[in-house]
Design a protein around this ligand. Structure first.
Ligand code: TRP
Length: 448
């Protein structure tokens, strides 16, 4: 089984060099690993919490999408989408909201920090705090649980949100009596570069010390590099590479050999002006080809939109059937038999069981979809009576609970034993789609 990795990027800003080295680059690298099924999305609903400027939100979405694509993200391989294109996410958010203790949200760091600031200012504790900020962790939990992500790489500031997502998932699983949700694990990448900004503090928009990634082109990049703070050692004097953020940034964009060579130059008296030029050359060498792709995408927003739409389609292939299951779980929709009644005629005519005798002499049955696609094939039985009895059990059972994923296929379980299997899928998405089809067919047949 592959590991599903998921992370979201709030679309309220313009990516800078620190975002690239600290989050974007490692996420793209992770998505290229074998056995990794990556889900990366633009958290644009989250952006609305802190940004009420429509132009900013729209522009940031383009910039962020173009940055990820220019950085080498392969949208064929990764499920790359926009949160607001998957309406099942806010729908799930509501189901989760209804099982989340308000007290849990009271304890969220981001909310508490806002209250503390208000108290310090001597205004009402909740002054200027909207419900989006207050219940932010529930929307984030919905993002993650919708796709049953195993691992969620985030910054340290998000650890508490992941704990909350686990809490909420457990509460839902417990209340509704089944492991609907995987409990996600937080991943903090220790070895990933946290870049210092111009002044040596962590590079961050809030410190106003960032180096632009693509914005303003090579000119802006060079101008920012020239503003990096250094000590006052003269050319010819040895420099302390480890104490220099210039060197730290250089290292994040160079091979160990190149870094070692740069260190030696600094230690043998390279002037800061020349050192800055060397850093600029290094960065420009890495960024220029990406910048070209970035500018090309920014000039063609329709292309970005097409990619996001294709991503949303992939995401909803999973979200739609899962949400259907969750609606049933909480009682918003009747489970299989009753719900199937009205559609039984249509779907029942379409899907069907077929019994047959196999080449090896065993008696089996198959469940076929309307288009003839095989959805289940039974084990072999010694006689037709046993095969028929098994078929009837399957037809009478609770279709939703009976199917279980099993590697890249799925099994139909009767009395704890697998009596039939689905076809082998190429990937988990396809398996889930087939399983959803089988579930629907079984529900329709049970309703007759
Ligand atoms: N809250 C995250 C941040 O500010 C962004 C985010 C939204 C996210 N939904 C998510 C991250 C789901 C991981 C998983 O960085």
């Amino acid at each position: 089984m592959s590991t599903r990795v998921l992370t979201g990027i709030t679309t309220s800003g313009t990516p800078h060099l620190g975002n690239y080295a600290g989050a974007i680059r490692p996420a793209i690298a992770a998505s290229q690993q074998p056995g990794i099924d990556a889900f990366y999305f633009m958290a644009d609903y989250h952006a609305l919490i802190k940004c009420d400027d429509p132009a900013r939100v729209a522009r940031s979405r383009l910039e962020i999408a173009a940055t990820w694509l220019a950085g080498g993200l392969d949208p064929e391989r990764v499920t790359f989408y926009r949160q607001s294109d998957v309406p099942e996410i806010p729908e799930l958010c509501w189901l989760l909201t209804c099982v989340t203790a308000k007290g849990l949200m009271n304890r969220a760091h981001a909310y508490k920090a806002a209250v503390d600031q208000n108290n310090a200012k001597g205004v009402e504790p909740d002054d200027g705090i909207n419900m989006g900020l207050f219940s932010y962790p529930i929307l984030m939990a919905a993002d993650i649980l919708m796709f049953n992500a195993h691992k969620v790489p985030v910054g340290r500031d998000q650890i508490q949100h992941l704990e909350m997502a686990r809490d909420i998932a457990q509460r839902f699983n417990h209340l509704y009596g089944r492991e609907y949700f995987v409990l996600p694990e937080v991943v903090i990448e220790e070895q990933v570069a946290t870049l210092p900004g111009l002044d040596g503090r962590k590079m961050s928009k809030s410190y106003n010390n960032t180096i632009p990634l693509f914005e303003g082109g090579s000119k802006a990049l060079r101008a920012a590099v020239m503003r990096i703070v250094t000590d006052s050692r003269e050319p010819g004097e040895p420099k302390d590479a480890d104490a220099s953020h210039l060197y730290t940034i250089y290292r994040a964009f160079a091979t160990p050999e190149e870094s070692a060579a740069f260190r030696t130059q600094l230690e043998t008296g390279l002037g800061w002006g020349d050192a800055k030029q060397a850093l600029y050359d290094r960065l420009e060498g890495v960024l220029a080809p990406m910048r070209e792709r970035y500018q090309d995408l920014m000039a063609n927003p329709g292309r970005i939109e097409d990619i996001l739409q294709a991503g949303a389609l992939k995401a909803r292939k999973l979200a739609v059937p899962f949400m259907q299951e969750l609606r049933e779980a909480v009682g918003l929709r009747a489970p299989a038999p009753a719900a199937a009644k009205p559609s039984a005629k249509k779907a029942g005519k379409a899907a069907r069981f077929v019994s047959f005798r196999d080449d090896d002499g065993a008696f089996r049955f198959r469940l076929l979809a309307a288009d003839g696609q095989e959805l289940l094939r039974s084990q072999g039985y010694a006689n037709p009576k046993d095969a028929g009895a098994s078929l009837q059990r399957l037809q009478a059972g609770d279709a939703a609970g009976m199917l279980q994923a099993d590697g890249l296929t799925y099994a139909a379980i009767v009395d704890g034993a697998a009596v039939a299997h689905g076809p082998a899928a190429h990937n988990p998405e396809q398996r889930d789609a087939l399983m959803a089809q089988a579930r629907e067919a079984l529900a329709a047949l049970a309703g007759r």
